[in-house]
Design a protein around this ligand. Structure first.
Ligand code: ZN
Ligand code: ZN
Ligand code: ZN
Length: 124
């Protein structure tokens, strides 16, 4: 059973990695639905976040999306970047530039949630 689990997780990880934009549980279910069930996808995606290989994005459509991390580790997740949702094709992307936000003295940031919607280069 453990082995099967690992294989399934690998399948989900591959889809996440190969996708050029962030994926939601629904997108993965459409892609892998004949092999993996919804709960397994959900668990796998959240465990990738814990492991430092993916990050979670709350979109302005109210859904969670997941993107593969490029320069993160389990201890040092850093995502001070905006996410962009295209209103035409629905794609959600990481905008790679890291943002530096100036906070008042004594404040420490833990999470940055920047979100932009508009039209991507293919659609505008
Ligand atoms: Zn990360
Ligand atoms: Zn687009
Ligand atoms: Zn991102």
């Amino acid at each position: 059973m453990l082995k099967r689990n690992t294989k399934t997780k690998q399948l989900i990880l591959d889809s996440l990695k190969n996708s050029k934009s962030a994926v939601s549980q629904d997108i993965l279910l459409k892609e892998l639905g004949d092999k993996v069930d919804r709960a397994t996808i959900y668990r796998a995606l959240n465990s990738f976040c814990d492991d430092g290989i993916a990050h979670k994005i709350l979109s302005d459509d109210g859904k969670y999306y997941f993107a593969f991390c490029v320069n993160c580790s389990e201890k040092a997740h850093k995502h001070n970047h905006y996410h962009f949702r295209c209103l035409s094709c629905g794609k959600i992307e990481c905008i790679p530039n890291e943002i530096e936000v100036k906070l008042p003295v004594g404040y420490q940031s833990v999470n940055f949630n920047g979100f932009i919607s508009g039209y991507c280069a293919n659609c505008s």
